[in-house]
Design a protein around this ligand. Structure first.
Ligand SMILES: [Zn+2]
Length: 173
């Protein structure tokens, strides 16, 4: 499978659509997208961000699973593909570091942090968390807990967000 999402995509302008196989994409300004959340009160914004995360986990997760199958269930190739595709989709510059029990991700220049007014009440890169929940499950073959441990929109230093992905053990569900 191609390591370039752009090469896989079809710009079907006759029908006004952008496709990767049957998966349809839409290009939207990051400030328009993130402006939804800054227009809600705090508890509604938190609820909407959580819904955004779950939606990405479900739909984006299907993409990640499709890539994983196409890559012969090779974890390293999956992570390389996520790094390459995220950059091409405008989801920032991803860098994974992996140990046996944990996976960490650093994202530079997250479009979600960049598109939200600063400082935010908490981390705002929930779509990345949603994607990592599926990627983490594929990497560890287990349920995982994912947290954004540092969001540059919330803490406003530099342009780096950090995420931790850890397997949830059966004795500690
Ligand atoms: Zn962030």
């Amino acid at each position: 499978m191609s390591q370039s999402l752009r090469n896989r995509m079809t710009w079907d302008t006759d029908n006004g659509q952008i496709l990767d196989d049957t998966r349809r994409y839409v290009i939207i300004r990051n400030d328009v997208l993130m402006g939804i959340f800054s227009r809600l009160d705090a508890s509604s914004a938190a609820q909407a961000l959580a819904a955004f995360e779950n939606s990405v986990m479900q739909s984006g997760g299907q993409s990640a699973r499709a890539y994983f199958n196409a890559l012969g269930n090779d974890v390293n190739k999956l992570l390389d593909t996520m790094v390459a595709f995220s950059a091409e989709l405008g989801w920032g510059v991803w860098s994974f570091s992996r140990t046996a029990a944990a996976l960490e991700l650093t994202v530079r220049n997250s479009p979600f942090a960049a598109g939200h007014p600063k400082p935010s009440a908490g981390p705002v890169c929930h779509p990345i968390v949603g994607m990592l929940r599926t990627v983490g499950e594929l990497v560890f073959d287990n349920r995982v807990e994912v947290r954004e441990t540092q969001c540059c929109c919330h803490e406003v230093h530099g342009d780096v967000c950090r995420f931790s992905i850890a397997a949830v053990h059966p004795e500690n569900p």
